[in-house]
Design a binder for this molecule. Structure first.
Ligand code: ZN
Length: 74
């Protein structure tokens, strides 16, 4: 079912780094996108929470790719 409709909706929807769902609202961390609901969970979650650890793990991947980009500047 991902035909022409999908390409039209793509303009406003972005894949969330955390939940991997396509959302219209959220924040950008560098060139990554975190949707509103994930962001909310992160701000409200305890640092000992599993969700928060998952978040940190994913953010680490973002950071790693940033460092890689810096090293590979042409
Ligand atoms: Zn999300």
């Amino acid at each position: 079912m991902k035909g022409m409709l999908a390409s039209e909706q793509k303009k406003d929807l972005q894949e969330c780094l955390i939940c991997k769902q396509e959302k219209g609202h959220g924040i950008h961390v560098v060139n990554y996108f975190i949707c509103e609901s994930c962001e909310h969970e992160l701000v409200t979650s305890d640092t000992n929470d599993e969700a928060y650890k998952e978040y940190l793990y994913k953010l680490r991947k973002v950071r790693d790719s940033l460092f890689q980009n810096k090293r590979r500047i042409h």
